[in-house]
Ligand binder design. Sequence first.
Ligand code: HEM
Length: 244
Amino acid sequence: MQSTPPVAAAERAALRTRTGAPSWALKVVMAVSGLTWLAFVLVHLVGNLKVYTGASHFDAYAAWLREVLVPLAPHGAVLWALRVVLVVLLVAHVWAAALLTARARAARGPHRARLHSWRSFVARTMPVTGLVVLGFLVLHVLDLTLGVRPVAPSGFRAETSGTFFAHENLVASLSRPWAAAVYTVTMVLLAGHVLHGTLVAVQDLGGVGRSVRAVATWAGAVLAVAILLGNAVIPVAILLGVVS
Ligand code: HEM
């Protein structure tokens, strides 16, 4: 049997990936959805810091999330709207990333760029870190929002008539070494994803000037450090008993 020459196979693969939305539109989708998720992660991070100010503060914050805009909007409406927007943006981000990655692979063919620095390593591993964060999100919602075992701790307590146990559930979850490790490692990978993603998003939205790119690089670094200091430290603090 005759085997297909690799160049012809690569050309066919490239042609397949070129159908559909143009690459510039996919990049805009990725940039807008990624930056919106980043805004959510930062607001969520500020909320998470309430873990240090005690259970009543943290649980009051969980309750407040359901009360935003009440009585203008029904109880929980804003939270549900936010959930829908976040899911739509996440699907769009993953879809655009998958198509763009396939196109880049097809265009590159069998040639592989060399890794010259840790930055190019972070850039090359964007699909991997993105997939890990996606997997984390599924576990995270099963763990702390839905309380589905064995992902959630055995003592998980759901909201009962307006009383929240968010702090208790968080401490119970992250007191398990495997859960604390999953959270910490994911936050480190998320910091890398954000570090590179911020620069790429700004460039894809037209910020290609030298000073704009410098600001985007710094912004990415500051946001990554915020995620490391804000989020990644929480599981460690709980595991060490600093927060209980
Ligand atoms: C150490 C880091 C983190 C901690 C301690 C944490 C803590 C929590 C807690 C306690 C809840 C439940 C809130 C409630 O039901 O009232 C929650 C929900 C959630 N978190 Fe996180 N989180 C962390 C990182 C992240 C990251 C990095 C993301 C996004 C990439 C994220 C996305 C979400 C989402 C989408 C929900 C579900 C909101 C809902 O539908 O109710 N979290 N988180």
